[in-house]
Design a binder for this molecule. Structure first.
Ligand code: URA
Length: 284
């Protein structure tokens, strides 16, 4: 059995359906906004999101998908008391200091509703950084970004790109605490919450120094790139933006893709643009 067959068998066993397939030819020829070639589109249309039943009617208006799987909170590490430094030093903190400060942060109201902060996960020297908007219910319980249904799709997107969670990839969010609405449902962070939390992500980016950043969804893109909230999504996709000289490619949030299957081919085009950008930077 080839590695590819093993990968497909593994994902099918996990209930993740067929794998998105990266094709070299696509990388070489893709125009930023071009539709994916037919074979790739077929893969995309058949891939995990199709296999994942969604309760669309119960979803909130944000990028989120909630699931009702009973989960137990992961052991929440005690918030460090002694080593916490004032938030003004964020720009010179190392990973341990940054984690400690984030875990006890009270810079915005989101701290009141959290089970725990969700700092980020992955390789601290990753060349690929993926940025979402903020933790949801699953992430708040488990302390790790993208562990719910949207996370499964993100993992599948990694596979399609030849990547893997934790290996040369880092996943972080704009906000580190779960935003909820008055009905305790996940929602997107508001600007004040994103602004309060952004220095943590900025320090994470400095420490990682990734080759390419992929912004997952409009909220992540607008906060990271400090763009006018009225910027249409069409202006965000298909262009390589810059964050402190690091290329940023914007794509749809995986939770959005789970309920808008028709846009998965566009997401594939975005990922191809990201891979092309990565290759260009690595080669020259
Ligand atoms: N969506 C996000 O934007 N971030 C997560 O961590 C999970 C879902």
């Amino acid at each position: 059995m080839s590695n590819q067959d093993r990968r497909i068998a593994f994902l099918q066993e996990m209930g993740l359906g067929p794998v998105w397939s990266q094709r070299t030819a696509v990388l070489q020829t893709l125009e930023p906004e071009a539709a994916a070639p037919e074979e790739v589109t077929e893969f995309i249309e058949d891939s995990v999101a199709v296999a994942t039943p969604l309760r669309v009617a119960e979803q909130s208006a944000s990028a989120w998908g909630d699931d009702d799987v009973a989960i137990t909170p992961a052991a929440v590490p005690a918030a460090p008391t002694a080593l916490v430094q004032p938030a003004t030093n964020i720009g010179s903190m190392n990973w341990d200091q940054l984690k400690a400060v984030v875990s006890s942060c009270t810079e915005c109201g989101l701290c009141k509703g959290r089970t725990q902060t969700v700092f980020g996960v992955g390789d601290q020297k990753a060349k690929w950084l993926f940025v979402g908007e903020g933790p949801g219910r699953n992430e708040d319980f488990q302390g790790e970004p993208f562990v719910g249904p949207a996370g499964k799709l993100l993992d599948n997107m990694f596979v399609a790109m030849g990547l893997k969670r934790g290996e040369n990839t880092y996943i972080a969010n704009i906000v580190k605490c779960r935003p909820t609405d008055e009905n305790k449902r996940d929602r997107a962070p508001v600007a004040a919450e994103s602004d309060a939390c952004l220095p943590y992500l900025q320090r994470q980016i400095e420490l990682i120094n990734p080759t390419v950043i992929v912004a997952l969804g409009k909220t992540a893109a607008l906060s990271l790139l400090k763009l006018d909230p009225a910027t249409p999504v069409a202006r965000l996709r298909g262009t390589v933006h810059r964050y402190a000289d690091i290329p940023v490619v914007v794509t749809y949030h995986p939770a959005y893709l789970l309920r808008t299957l028709k846009d998965k081919s566009k997401a594939w085009a975005d990922l191809c643009l990201a891979m092309q950008t990565y290759a260009d930077k690595a080669n020259g």
